[in-house]
Design a protein around this ligand. Structure first.
Ligand code: PEP
Ligand code: MG
Length: 822
């Protein structure tokens, strides 16, 4: 239940429009318009009965806040109070529009009526702050005036990375800005939050800026232009998220396996966070005992020194942990700690606490109060991922608290085993003593959280989000955690322990064997060769592909060349890049996919209109054909490189034969224009739209190969958006309906003598390889790290047995049944 909101206006349209705006920010809140008179055409005026009805509709038990515009609106609302019973109604003088939005966000966050009303009253604060600046800016330039007040430059930027300005992207903004002599502020134009200083990580994270929002960046000072340029190019890379997606994507995909028949005494199901399994005693990670130091409060100068020393000590420890992590697991893993390093000295945290100290507070009290306030502010942010950054603030807060109390480490573990805790901050994970920690089990947290990312990087099996029950486990109890399935067995019996031990030994042996044979071709036991290639999204991925024994690159996602900039790459630049990938592959084939951007991955220079359903909109080849010059330039670059290297070209998101024909016409023209009409360049389509699989017989004679993009195919077959966590269980590529389309495509390919491969994520799952072979697939393209094991899986496959497996899978009724078969 949440507080309901009623909007009283003289204009029915204004009330409705404002309600729509508020619902946009907080969809679950009952926001009821009560505008105009209850007469035909809803003439201007206010009507107490209308207001009372709206209150009745908005009431849910937690009370109703009523916002009004002018004059008689207040009277009507007051009268309405007499007409409603049993509902706690509060009238507020808050501004109608801003107040409604602020109130809706607070109500959505579950705040009580008083707090929602207070938020509504504060609704104007951001605008007031902004306009004060503008007033300063508008003042006539005065030779003596400070230059900061006269020269503001502004740009508007789209936030394209789905998670927006969460921890690390926000940290990159702070880092980028801190290089310049400029004051930089950011306002989220979509949710109206801000402006905040771009030097404050905590403030940026509290903006609530997520993917799809637009922000305004304003800068003043000597290097304002440079600072804006830096932020513009950072925004072009999805605030660095485009690059950092790689290490996670690098993980081979493992399909959740069936949990073995347990003879365990208790089984808890959590979320798989880092692969591998481990058995060990429960070791609760405990907060070191920290109590308020006895030391009497010193002078403001002494308290200031105490706090800054504690903060410096924590910062030093975090940086040391970061260096260790960089050495052990690379710079990208270490980057996870950047948020903590920046937060600890953030002006919104340390700056505020020091201000309290200067006002006479003890360092300890000032710090506790500031952390508490910041945590509440961050909790108010609407987006779940950003709210999760509360962990970072709490983590830093705890560390400084411990330092203030003179306790060296914030968290301690009593001995070797499986570390069990509520939630693990990234610095805790990095600081974990590897000789003691065999695995990690947390009550809260998500597989996308920092702890999970780090555990994966460090090779520690981890299960997260297993619920509070794990916090009550006895330290004398052994626990077995399975980081591939999320299963947790408490006091596992002998048989189960043995089974897992054998599994671990087998996995280690298999990994070593597969790595040794990685460069050999993958041939089934009865002599069918399956090309196992790698997916690449950067030039350097070609090196990883070769190192992992890939037979080539089966999918070069060329988007990396197009998304991080203000203008599209030219023909020469593209040709150089494709040639660089091909050269690194040393003669292995390279399949270049043409540009696959669209409304869900917008390229700034394309200026695409908003689409309500971008996954059903202008993306992939549709976009290429809508911008033929863009596609033609890319095709010319591809043709040029094909003259010197074994290239293939493939079109994404194809739906109709006519689209394919149009693309081929552009390709023919590109051949003519480059004078390379005779160059060998096989042409393929990605099978991502069900229509192509269903009409595969019509497409097959027109192409040299099919590549099944099962990521998209699955979302379209099962109507489950691939990035939507709420339907993640539904969008399973092993669903028999998806398999049926794979088989249909493979059969058509066979009939017409064209090749067929899979390049979606399932191609990287060694358990699935026999099934795909059985369905008629003869090529697999996966993340480089998965290649050795996938090849090994193919080598262990007999096509007859694989065909019979495929038949059984096709007659199954659910993805779960198919997994059981595997
Ligand atoms: C797919 O859809 O399966 C695919 C490989 O393309 P992407 O993941 O790049 O959309
Ligand atoms: Mg796709």
């Amino acid at each position: 239940m949440t507080v309901g909101i009623v909007l009283v206006s003289h204009s029915a349209a204004l009330a409705r429009g404002t309600a729509e705006l508020a619902r946009e920010m907080a969809g679950d809140v009952a926001v009821e318009p009560a505008g105009g008179l209850d007469e035909p055409g809803e003439p201007l005026g206010t009507d107490a009965v209308r207001v009372a009805d709206a209150v009745g509709r908005a009431a849910s038990g937690d009370g109703v806040l009523v916002l009004m515009d002018l004059g008689s609106a207040v009277l009507s609302a007051e009268t309405a109070l007499d007409l409603v019973d049993d509902v706690e109604v509060r009238l507020t003088a808050a501004p109608l529009v801003e107040g409604a939005v602020a109130a809706a966000v607070a109500a959505q966050a579950g705040q009580p009526l008083d707090a929602v009303a207070a938020e509504a009253r504060r609704g104007l604060a951001a605008k007031q702050a902004q306009l004060q600046e503008q007033a300063a800016e508008d003042e006539p330039a005065d030779a003596a005036a400070s230059p900061e007040t006269v020269d503001w430059q502004r740009v508007e930027l789209d936030v394209t990375n789905p998670l927006g300005l969460h921890g690390r992207p926000a940290a990159r903004v702070v880092r980028a800005v801190s290089q310049f002599d400029a004051e930089v502020r950011i306002t989220d134009l979509t949710n109206g939050h801000g402006p905040v200083s771009a030097r404050s990580l905590a403030s940026l994270m509290a903006l609530g800026t997520v993917g799809g929002h637009r922000v305004e960046v304003s800068a003043s000072g000597g290097q304002a232009t440079e600072a804006l340029d830096a932020l513009r190019s950072l925004a072009g890379t999805g605030f660095g998220d485009d690059e950092t997606a790689a290490p996670v994507a690098e993980r081979p995909v493992t399909s959740p396996r069936a949990v073995p028949a347990a003879d365990a005494e208790a089984t808890i199901q959590g979320l798989p966070a880092a692969p591998g399994s481990v058995l060990g005693p429960v070791r609760h990670l405990r907060l070191a005992e920290v109590s308020r130091p006895e030391t009497p409060r010193g002078s403001p100068a002494e308290e200031r020194r105490r706090l800054t020393e504690a903060v410096h000590a924590v910062r030093g420890a975090l940086e040391a942990a970061q260096r260790d992590l960089a050495r052990a697991s690379g710079e990208q893993a270490a980057d996870v700690l950047t948020v903590q390093v920046l937060l600890v000295e953030d002006e919104a945290l340390l700056g505020r606490a020091l201000a309290l100290v200067d006002g006479g507070a003890a360092a300890w009290d000032a710090w506790q109060q500031t952390v508490g306030e910041l945590v509440s502010e961050q909790r108010r942010v609407g987006d779940e991922y950003q709210r999760a950054r509360v962990e970072d603030i709490e983590d830093v807060g705890r560390r400084v608290t411990a330092a203030l109390a003179g306790v060296r480490a914030a968290q301690v573990v009593s001995g070797e085993g499986v570390v069990v805790t509520d939630v693990l901050g990234p610095a805790d994970t990095a600081g974990l003593d590897r000789s003691r920690v065999r695995g990690v089990l947390t009550a809260r947290g998500a597989p996308t959280g920092h702890a999970a990312i780090l555990a994966r990087a460090l090779g520690i099996p981890a299960v997260v989000g297993a619920g509070e029950a794990v916090l009550r486990l006895d330290e004398t109890q052994p626990v077995l955690i399975d980081g591939d399935t999320g299963a947790v067995y408490v006091q596992p019996g002998k048989a189960l322990r043995r089974e897992y031990q054998e599994r671990r030994e087998r996995a280690a042996e298999e990994g070593a064997r597969a790595a040794r044979a990685a460069a050999e071709p993958a041939v089934t036991t009865d002599g069918v060769t399956v090309a196992v290639e790698a997916n690449a999204g950067a030039v350097s991925d070609a090196d990883a592909a070769v190192a992992r024994g890939a037979d080539g690159v089966g999918l070069l996602r060329t988007e990396f060349l197009f998304l991080d900039r203000d203008t599209p790459p030219g023909e020469d630049e593209q040709a150089e890049t494709y040639a660089a990938v091909a050269t690194r592959l040393r003669g292995r084939p390279l399949t270049v996919r043409t540009l696959d951007v669209g409304a869900d991955k917008p390229a700034p220079y394309l200026r695409q209109p908003h689409e309500d359903n971008p996954f059903l909109g202008v993306r992939g080849l549709r976009l290429g054909l809508a911008h033929p010059d863009l596609l033609a330039t890319q095709l010319r670059a591809i043709v040029r490189v094909a003259a010197a290297h074994p290239l293939r070209v493939m079109f994404p998101m194809v739906t109709t034969v006519a689209e394919l024909a149009a693309a081929r016409t552009l390709l023919d023209r590109a051949r003519e224009e480059t004078g390379l009409a005779g160059v060998s360049l096989p042409v393929g389509v990605m099978v991502e739209v069900p229509a192509v699989a269903l009409l595969a017989d019509a497409f097959a004679p027109r192409v040299d190969f099919f590549s099944l993009g099962t990521n998209d195919l699955t979302q379209y077959v099962l109507a489950a958006e691939r990035g939507n966590a709420a339907v993640v269980g539904l969008g399973d590529a092993l669903h028999p309906a998806v398999l049926a389309l794979i088989e249909r495509t493979a059969r058509a390919a066979e009939r017409h003598g064209c090749e067929v491969a899979v390049c979606g994520e399932i191609a990287g799952d060694p358990h699935v390889a026999p099934l795909l072979v059985g369905l008629g697939v003869r090529g697999l393209s996966a993340v480089p790290a998965a290649v050795p094991l996938v090849k090994q899986a193919v080598r262990a496959t007999a096509t007859d047995a694989a065909r019979s497996l495929a038949r059984r899978a096709l007659s199954a009724t659910s993805a779960g049944d198919v997994r059981a078969l595997l």
